[in-house]
Design a protein around this ligand. Structure first.
Ligand SMILES: [Zn+2]
Length: 71
C-alpha cells in the first residue's frame, strides 16, 4: 500500500488548506441522456481521446501538450 504523504495532520502555517476536488467533476464532462453518452468538453486532437481541453470563453487549451483551439 502507498504511504501517506509526510506531515500527517500537520497544516503549514500561512497556507490555506488544500480543497478537495469534487469527484463529480468527471460526471460534469459527460452528458448522459437516453442511454448515450456525449462529451461536453473537447478532446485534444493531438493527445487523443481521454485528454480533455480546458474550456475558456474564447478558446480551448490542452494542458498536456499546450495545443490551443480558438472558437
Ligand atoms: Zn494535447
Amino acid at each position: 500500500m502507498a504511504k501517506k504523504k509526510k506531515g500527517k495532520g500537520k497544516e503549514r502555517k500561512g497556507k490555506k488548506p488544500k480543497k478537495k476536488k469534487a469527484a463529480s467533476k468527471v460526471a460534469n464532462v459527460y452528458d448522459v441522456s437516453g442511454g448515450s453518452i456525449k462529451r461536453k468538453n473537447h478532446t485534444c486532437p493531438k493527445c487523443g481521446p481521454g485528454i480533455f481541453m480546458a474550456a475558456h470563453k474564447d478558446r480551448a487549451t490542452c494542458g498536456k501538450c499546450g495545443f490551443t483551439e480558438k472558437k
